[in-house]
Design a protein around this ligand. Sequence first.
Ligand code: ATP
Ligand code: MG
Length: 418
Amino acid sequence: MSENALKVLYRLKKEGYEAYLVGGCVRDLLLGREPKDFDVVTDAHPEEIRQVFRNCRLIGRRFRLAHVHFGQEIIEVATFRALQAEGAHHERVLENGRILRDNVYGSIEEDAFRRDFSVNALYYNINDFSVVDFVGGMEDHRTSMMRLIGDPEKRYREDPVRMLRAVRFAVRLGFKIHQQSAEPIPRLANLLREIPPARLFDEIMKLMLSGYAVQNFEQLRHFGLFGALFPETERSLSHEPEGFPLTFLAKALERTDERIANDQSVAPYFLFAALLWEPVRARAGKLIEGGENAILAYQDAGNEVINRQLRLIALPKSIGMPVRELWALQPRFEMTQGGRPFRLLGHPRFRAAYDFLLLRAETGEADPVLADWWTRFQSAAELEQKSMVRSGNRAPSSRNRTRKRRSRSKTTRTPPVA
Ligand code: ATP
Ligand code: MG
């Protein structure tokens, strides 16, 4: 339990206000997990909160919140609110021209009913160590159930991101999504297309960097949410019932989860490059068939795919640029003769592009002999490197090819099976 959160609670009480811990931290504490952060709610208004704490900053234009700073740790303190002001609903209110200052303060009970899931709407009272529960959250906690508060369809329409949150929490906590909360999701999945792309980006990062990317991916697909987020990838996955596209992506996500479990860093651009690789590969293949050279084909395909994807999900430049580079470098691995391999080796994105190639080779989509050539090339001494680029990767694989062709011509003599 955060000592700083306790300080905030006691201080507010001392000043005569109500104050509770709420949301994710209460849920996680009940599960014996360490909360990521601690959120406090109170009946004090932002200006009043500021008067209580010197180390306090008010943030947010639409809805004012107080951040109480303790060195690195920030305790977020919000005032009880009454209405759902997030997401699509909020946007619509603004479009209608009504100015919503959002400072619609309410009672603790109203504050509970505007929250998303019952297990996220529990209030912890430090005075008597009790939990205040207006929505049956304790019972759902006992039965490990994610249950939307109120009418599920209405609540998803108000804010479709709640569908993604349902999946994310269910997977992370090992909870089930209550049948009535699960039922509307496939029908409403496409409402995600109305969500501002920047918000979807944030949600996808949470889903993919949670350490449960594989399970989240499976559940998102199960509910038809993945297709709403990555329509082109979903199409390519469903075209091939069993094949490397799924294996490749699943492998990439598995790697991500492993790295997070080992406290290693994960480059988000690698993840997005993997998520969109299959449509890029397919499109580049078409362009190459039409006579475009491979390097240009991958560049063009990459730009096309990413530009379409950006309408749904905002990728910051710091991700979009390296994603394109990672793709554009893939056909360059095929060129293993002359000075080109040395130039590729010196490329700032070489390491990531090579890891990407390995993943492709592992899942049968790229030539393992080629991947192996690059593995050897990197660690070889200069003299050996020079000899390697003289013959390139061509020599052994073209020999293989002729051998294969010969054996195939032999089999054609046997009559085909009817
Ligand atoms: P995490 O551990 O991932 O931070 P959390 O439950 O704290 O989980 P937050 O996104 O930090 O999730 O939100 C804090 C609380 O605010 C939630 O527990 C929930 O009560 C409420 N909340 C957040 N997003 C929504 C939403 N879209 N609709 C309704 N209530 C929400
Ligand atoms: Mg939180």
